[in-house]
Design a protein around this ligand. Structure first.
Ligand code: KIV
Length: 268
């Protein structure tokens, strides 16, 4: 007997159809059940369980310490919290170093979380890995430009594709990743004009972050969108709420209530 939820979950084909219809794709990160439920109810197209989990939730300086077990625990919660969005889980640092390692990691993610796709950081070097996973029926989102797992090798977080040579490398990588079967590709911190050009050259959707409005879709870290963080959000994020201030105010009011109880008898 099949379980009917009443809501049809989006597929990779639905996401690609959005680009074909000229409709923009909205993607946000989520790391937990309640946030995933709220974003899903709001109509988000793609929920990304990003390894930004490391910076945003676990308090690490980079994404490098995040493990496959961390990703699986959080992706399973996001999957349980959503019924409509397609859920994509990052393969974290060191778990996609070659096609066979990546295949084992992706199989574990899909089997243990129920999510629909994995994301792999990397340009031309990731092409054989993407092809291997796609060959096994796994939906893969690619990720080029700024790839935070390579922060130490790159020497920091900065915009990519500034020179003609860099632009050529990114264009060729994007085309090769599409040919390998990626269903979409994240362009992180890519020069906006170049991101627009890549979007026009590809059939698959590009999802931009800090790469200008010319991509087929946009992604943000949820905490940057809602102002829930200790550090200021990156300049491209344009927070739409100040949840950190709401939390501080509520907790300050609670502490005041506890420390100076009114005369009213407690309810319990
Ligand atoms: O880990 C992450 O949140 C990401 C997005 C920023 C694209 O990869």
């Amino acid at each position: 007997m099949s379980v009917q939820t009443g809501t049809k979950r989006l597929t990779t084909r639905d996401i690609q159809a959005l680009k074909q219809r000229g409709e923009k794709i909205a993607m946000l990160t989520a790391y937990d059940h309640v946030t995933a439920s709220l974003l899903d109810q709001s109509g988000i197209d793609i929920l990304l369980v990003g390894d930004s989990l490391g910076n945003v939730v676990l308090g690490y300086e980079t994404t490098l310490p995040v493990t496959l077990a961390d990703m699986i625990r959080h992706a399973a919660a996001v999957q349980r919290g959503s019924t409509r969005a397609i859920v994509v889980c990052d393969l974290p640092f060191g778990t996609a170093t070659d096609p066979e390692t990546a295949l084992r990691s992706a199989v574990a993610v899909l089997q243990e979380t129920g999510c629909q796709a994995v994301k792999i950081e990397g340009g031309a070097a990731a092409v054989p890995t993407v092809a291997r996973l796609v060959g096994q029926g796994i939906a893969v989102m690619a990720h080029i430009g700024l790839t935070p797992q390579a922060v130490h090798q790159l020497g920091g977080y900065y915009r990519h594709g500034k020179t003609d040579a860099e632009a050529r490398i990114l264009i060729e990588a994007a085309q090769a990743l599409q040919a390998a079967g990626a269903f979409a590709i994240v362009l992180e911190m890519v020069v906006p004009e170049l991101a627009t050009e890549i979007t026009g050259l590809l059939d698959i959707p590009t999802i931009g972050i800090g790469s200008g409005p010319g991509c087929a879709g946009q992604v943000l870290v949820i905490n940057d969108l809602i102002g829930l963080g200790i550090q200021p959000a990156p300049s491209f994020a344009k927070p739409k709420a100040d949840v950190a201030a709401i939390v501080r105010d509520a907790v300050t009011a609670y502490i005041a209530d506890v420390k100076s109880p009114s005369e009213e008898p407690p309810l319990v």
